[in-house]
Design a protein around this ligand. Structure first.
Ligand SMILES: C[S@@+](CC[C@H](N)C(=O)[O-])C[C@H]1O[C@@H](n2cnc3c(N)ncnc32)[C@H](O)[C@@H]1O
Length: 347
């Protein structure tokens, strides 16, 4: 893999940070990835309340389970967002005259094909840069794009959002795409850090397309995150298998259960692992441990729900100017297009 030439999407300062890991897929050269992951896990698990960062959910099994969740009848998010994209892709691509589409947390990129097809139809060519921590998802994305849209140049980045975004050449007109309401997985402080960093990485001709799930009745939301087949429960509890692998620790999957609810005040679905018997969790390589008592819970994931108008107002503080707003007939989901504001326009 070593002698693949670097894609033109990288800024000159970023080129030596990446190495090829698969044809057309690049990963970080850094030796610190495992150490950074371990520190992040310890920091959040030793916090009060204990919690986890969402990217840890996406090992190979987690990514497969997420694909299954997307097909569940209760999980309206994927099909609703896909329908909005299918209907409005032409308008979206006309409004964002770019050469590159960079997708954060792309997964298999199935919905993004609506945009990529329009990019090819309207401009004849383009560059697609999916960024994802899941290598199998990037491989799936490469195969589907190669098969369906061979006119596109494909460069997958196997990385966390911030590392991928900061390596893209700022002068390349780019539409950053962040779908699936993944932005709802950030807590309030991570939300601020994320948009601050993204906006700083965006060039003057760049756009952002954000897919967000909206505030709605608790009953609909609670069903979407607790399906009767238990796929969501498996997805959430699988994170502990991944953490055992990364940290060589001893979470016992047989001694925990899934619990979720919609917190109306915070407008977020909260997904917990609840201990069903006390466990002593040890991290032998890091000299750390903690007791996880029976009935105590760890917040594995949140999914915040949004008021799109308020979100448009908030993002103006990060120099992102609202351009378009598309929704579905029930107004359950919104696709928001923003343009990077000139520094004189930003709030
Ligand atoms: C909720 S899924 C959404 C997938 C797809 N965009 C969709 O809308 O169906 C989140 C995706 O983001 C990836 N992901 C999660 N956290 C990430 C992070 N911090 N950096 C990069 N990728 C991340 C996961 O591997 C997964 O593919």
């Amino acid at each position: 893999m070593e002698n693949q030439s670097q894609p033109t999407v990288f800024s000159s300062s970023a080129r030596n940070l990446w190495r090829a890991v698969e044809p057309s897929i690049w990963t970080s050269n850094s030796d610190n990835i495992r150490r950074d992951q371990a520190l992040s896990v310890l920091k959040t698990l030793l916090d009060q309340p204990r919690w986890l960062e969402a990217y840890l959910l996406y090992d190979e099994r987690g990514s497969q389970l997420f694909e299954q969740i997307c097909k569940l009848p209760e999980y309206y998010l994927t099909r609703t967002e896909s329908a909005i994209l299918a209907e409005n892709a032409g308008q979206l691509i006309r409004s964002a005259p770019v050469e590159c589409i960079a997708e954060l947390g792309a997964g298999s990129s199935a919905k993004t094909l609506h945009l990529l097809r329009e990019q090819v139809r309207q401009r004849g060519t383009g560059i697609f840069v999916p960024i994802d921590v899941s290598l199998p998802s990037l491989v799936a994305s490469r195969e589907i794009v190669r098969r369906q849209l061979p006119q596109l140049s494909f460069s997958g980045l196997h990385a966390r959002y911030q590392d991928g975004v900061s390596s893209i050449e700022k002068s390349l007109p780019t539409l950053f795409v962040f779908l699936g309401s993944s932005v709802g997985n950030f807590n309030h402080s991570d939300f601020v850090q994320f948009f601050d960093h993204l906006s700083q990485c965006m060039g003057p001709r760049d756009f952002l397309l954000l897919g967000v799930d909206r505030v709605k009745e608790a009953e609909v939301l609670e069903k979407a995150y607790d399906d009767p087949k238990g796929v969501t429960a498996d997805f959430i509890l699988n994170v502990f298998q991944n953490i055992n692998r990364i940290m060589n620790c001893n979470f016992d999957a047989g001694k925990m259960r899934y619990h979720s609810w919609y917190n109306r005040e915070w407008q977020q679905v909260e997904m917990y692992a609840v201990s069903t018997a006390s466990q002593e969790i040890r991290f032998p390589s890091y000299g750390a441990s903690f007791s996880w008592p029976k009935d105590d819970r760890i917040l594995v994931e949140i999914s915040r729900k949004f008021d799109p108008v308020r979100l448009q107002q908030q993002l103006q503080w990060f120099g992102l100017k609202p351009v378009e707003h598309f929704t579905d007939p029930k107004e359950w989901f919104s696709l928001l297009l923003f343009q990077k504001a000139n520094s004189s326009e930003s709030g």
